[in-house]
Structure formats: C-alpha cells, structure tokens
Design a protein around this ligand. Structure first.
Ligand code: SAH
Length: 491
C-alpha cells in the first residue's frame, strides 16, 4: 500500500523538514509486520512529493497468528498485505512520529501553519461504502477524490459487476497542517476498513482521544468514527467522545448523540474486542503515598466532612474504583449516592467493589453509577446536595478546568463541593521522586498551596461560594501537608 503526500508550498522541499526525512535519501524502517520504505519521487522548490510504501510481510503475518493476531481470519490475511488499513496508521505513528506530533526541529513555524497538501492513499478498502469517504473527510475541509481501482479485465468472464472492486485510490486535497493531515489519516483509514479483524484494547481508546483531540469532538460523524475505530465497543466509544466533548465549551449530553451511538455501535460480524484489562488507574500513585496511608486518610476526611455537614444526597465525581462510594454506603446518613466516572473500566471495578448486584433492594436503591464527563453538562448529576471530587481535577487539562467549574458551580449549584488535590510542594519529601516529577503519569498538573488557594478563591468569588482550605496528612514546615482539600459552601 502506498501513501503519497505532496505540497506546492514554496519552497516545497521544506516538506523534508516537516517529515524529518531528508529528500535526498531513501529511508527504510523495519516494523513488526513488514517494512516501510520512504522516498521522494519529486523534489523542487515548486513541488515536492513524499512517498511511503508499506511492504507487508504476509508470511510473518500468518506465522504471527498465535501470538499477536488471535482472531485473524483467512480471508483477511489474503487482502491484508495490499489494502490500506490500521497497518498504515501504525507505520505513520512509527515512521513519521514527529510529523504526526506536529513538531519540526528546523521549521516549527511551518509545522504550525496550514499549507496546501495533497494526500493519495491506495488501495483503500471501501466495499461499496464510497459515500462514507466523503462523510469522513469533507467535514475536515478536504476536497475528496475517489478513483475506483479496476480489477483485471481478464476477470470480465465473471459477468456483470466483475469490475466492482472493493478498493479505491483516495485523493485528499486541502489547506491543512501536516500533523492534522496525518492524524486524520491515522484515525480514519482504519475506520474505512470495514472488516474488523484485530484486537482492540484500551490503548486504542487512548490513541483515539490523543489523535482526535483537536478535531474529532466537532466532527458531524463522530459517533460513527469512534464506534468503528473502537470496533463497536460502545462504552469505549462513549468514553472517548465524552472526553473529547469540551472543545466548544459546555455541551449537554443529548439523547440524539446517544441514539447515534446506539445506531453506530451495532456490532458487525467478525469484530474482535478484548476485555478491558483496566488495572486501577491510581495504583502507581497509591504505591507512592502508601507509607503514610494518604489515600485512606483523604477518603476518611472527605466522608467525615460530608457527614458533619449533614449531607444526605451526594455525588462522587470521578469516583474511580469506588473507594469513597464504599465508605459513603457504610453510613446510613447518606440516603442517595451517585458515582460518576468517564472510564467504563473504573465503573466496572466500582460495581464489583460495591457488590451492587447482590445488595438487598433497599441498599441497592441508595446507590447509582453513571458514565459521564465532568466537563460536560449533565442534568442527571444536578439534583444532589453535595459533590466530592477526590484527586480528580489534576487529571484534567488545565484549559478544561473552566468547563468543569461551570458544570459544578454554575449549572449544578451544589450546596457543598469538596475538592482534594495533591500539594506539589510536598513531593520533595517522597522517596524516589525526581525533582519536577508528578505523582502519577496521568496528572496534568499538581498545584502548590498558593496555586490551589488562588484557584479556589477565584472560583468561590465568581460563583458566590465560601471556601475553606486545609491540609490532609501531617503538616511539615515549609512543605505543607501531602494533600490539600477545599470545602466550598454556597452563600
Ligand atoms: N476519586 C477516586 C479516583 C481518582 S483517579 C479516588 O479517589 O480513588 C481520577 C478519576 O477521575 C479517574 O477514575 C478518571 O477516570 C476520572 N476522570 C478523569 N477525567 C475525568 C472527566 N473529565 N470526567 C469524569 N471523570 C474523569
């Protein structure tokens, strides 16, 4: 299979800097399923074309069957070496990693600029769904050209329709950043491949969220894309879309979106989905904090605070594996408890931890779990007195915090909101932590006491709350306590 990318941007040979591939040379890269050969069929200041030829080792594919490719079908093996598919995405991610990430050592400004680009991919399997190609690429601003790939005329004895090849050459023309073009191809080529033959695990979900970050949330066919990309695993598709949903500020969970997800998620024959392995997301962090039993202390502190404030109906936002929910269930004062998390894997763990299935009816009626995102207005969370967010805000991109603030303080208007987050100043005291390192790989930031204070005070002022901030864990002079908590009460 072949991908070519051309530009007429002047000087066109700068394409080499964007791709981190010298136009004067042929480049090769070995991949587990074959070989990528990259070269420039034409280079001048007026026009340059880069070509990536993917040579798939079909023998290795068949041999690898027992190991990585469980669930491969024979017919699949037969067109796999030729048709553009997820293998092309892997090749893009491996061989053009910097370009896909949008960085260029020599021409960063150009990498950040939309330039005239033309991509050609072939053969792309469409199996009769040519209109899908336009639905996927046109909303992203491309002129889409489709050339049927004719089959060998010798086959015409097969009668009418013999030339209905399931493959096309796809031409995309647009004024885009190179990294956007590559991420569009990365996600959408596997979406076009109608047969599902490879395992999908949660890593795919993370890839979709990362590569779709800047464009998928606003795409009119986003349900279809997420659902097909994740091989019809609906709860994952929903999770990906929820996580991408804030780009345009607060949106409401719409029934329409749920319905299109339902429609897009009807599983097709041959789809293979791995069970979510989901090790608890917070394991690494807990190992670090374990010697001082910080997480238990944090959860106990929040439970006690909610109890002392006389709260009865409470929602745990970003409930993770359900540790706070478990404590809340143990206290009869809490009559209605709702756990919300964006991760379906965590919710499954929480469901097991709480043994919801086996609870007596009256207990079962006290607790509910819901998949949702905190940056997304959701009326189902709005009818509670109090909300707790234990070690959650630091998992959000800072630019999404404002949406979270509005969802919690403006839309839901809880009487009480309790938020905990690490105190970065204390990190120096943890053993084995490098300077500047955060407690967990998924943390987007960790705040000093001053930073948390400033944020909490400004939120309180903006939405008419009073706030009290305190440390959780033993205070150490100059470093503070390991964790910090803000208790907001509506004025
Ligand atoms: N509160 C739990 C889990 C903390 S880990 C505890 O203290 O044990 C952070 C949790 O926030 C994860 O479960 C993660 O899935 C969830 N999360 C991260 N971003 C989210 C978002 N935008 N919406 C909802 N949940 C989110």
């Amino acid at each position: 299979m072949l991908l070519t990318i051309s530009t007429t941007h002047h000087p066109a040979r700068d394409l080499g800097f964007l791709l981190h591939k010298n136009p004067e040379r042929v480049h090769e890269m070995d991949l587990s399923f074959g070989r990528a050969v990259m070269f420039y069929p034409e280079v001048s200041d007026e026009q340059a074309t880069f070509a990536l030829l993917l040579d798939i080792d079909s023998v290795a594919l068949v041999r690898g069957r027992n190991k990585d490719s469980k669930g491969l079908f024979d017919q699949y093996v037969s067109d796999r070496p030729y048709a553009a598919s997820s293998f092309l995405s892997v090749a893009i991610a491996k061989a053009l990693r910097n370009a896909l990430g949008g960085s260029s050592k020599e021409r960063q400004q150009l990498a950040d600029t939309p330039i005239p680009l033309k991509a050609r991919v072939l053969p792309v399997p469409v199996r009769g769904a040519e209109d899908l190609v336009a639905r996927l690429f046109e909303p992203l601003g491309y002129d889409v050209g489709i050339e049927p790939i004719a089959l060998d005329e010798k086959l015409s004895y097969l009668g009418e329709g013999w030339d209905q090849s399931p493959y096309i050459a796809l031409n995309l023309t647009g004024e885009v950043r190179l990294s956007d073009l590559l991420s569009h191809l990365y996600v959408l080529i596997p979406v076009l491949d109608k047969r599902k033959h490879y395992f999908v695990d949660r890593a795919e979900l993370e890839k979709l969220v990362a590569k779709g970050e800047s464009w998928l949330g606003g795409h009119p066919a986003k349900e279809l894309i997420a659902s097909r990309y994740l091989r019809f695993k609906k709860s994952w598709a929903r999770e990906a879309l929820l996580r991408l949903a804030v780009e345009d500020g607060i949106e409401e969970v719409s029934e329409e979106a749920e319905a299109s997800l339902d429609a897009a998620s009807a599983p097709e024959e041959g789809s293979v989905v791995a069970e979510p392995p989901s090790p608890p997301k917070d394991a690494a962090e807990e190992a670090l904090e374990e010697p001082i039993r910080l997480h238990d202390l944090r959860l106990d502190t929040v439970t006690a605070k909610l109890r002392d404030l006389g709260v009865r109906r409470v929602v745990d936002l970003g409930c993770g594996s359900g540790k706070l929910l478990k404590r809340l269930m143990a206290e009869r004062q809490f009559s209605e408890i709702l756990g919300v998390d964006v991760s379906s894997g965590s919710l499954e763990v929480a469901e097991r931890r709480l043994r919801i299935e086996t609870l007596p009816e009256r207990q079962k009626a006290r607790i509910k779990l819901l998949q949702g995102a905190l940056t997304y207005r959701d009326r189902r969370i709005e009818d509670y007195e109090a909300a707790a967010l234990v070690e959650v805000i630091e998992h959000l991109e800072p630019e999404r915090l404002e949406a979270l603030e509005r969802v919690i303080f403006d839309c839901a208007k809880f009487e009480t909101v309790i938020i905990t987050t690490p105190n970065r100043e204390y990190n120096d005291l943890f053993e084995g932590m490098a300077p500047g390192q955060l407690r967990h790989a998924d943390h987007r930031f960790e705040w000093t006491r001053g930073e948390f204070n400033a944020w909490a005070s400004s939120v309180a002022e903006k939405y008419a709350y009073q706030v009290q901030i305190s440390g959780i864990g033993e205070e150490v002079e100059n470093f503070g306590a390991p964790s910090q908590m803000a208790v907001f009460e509506r004025v």
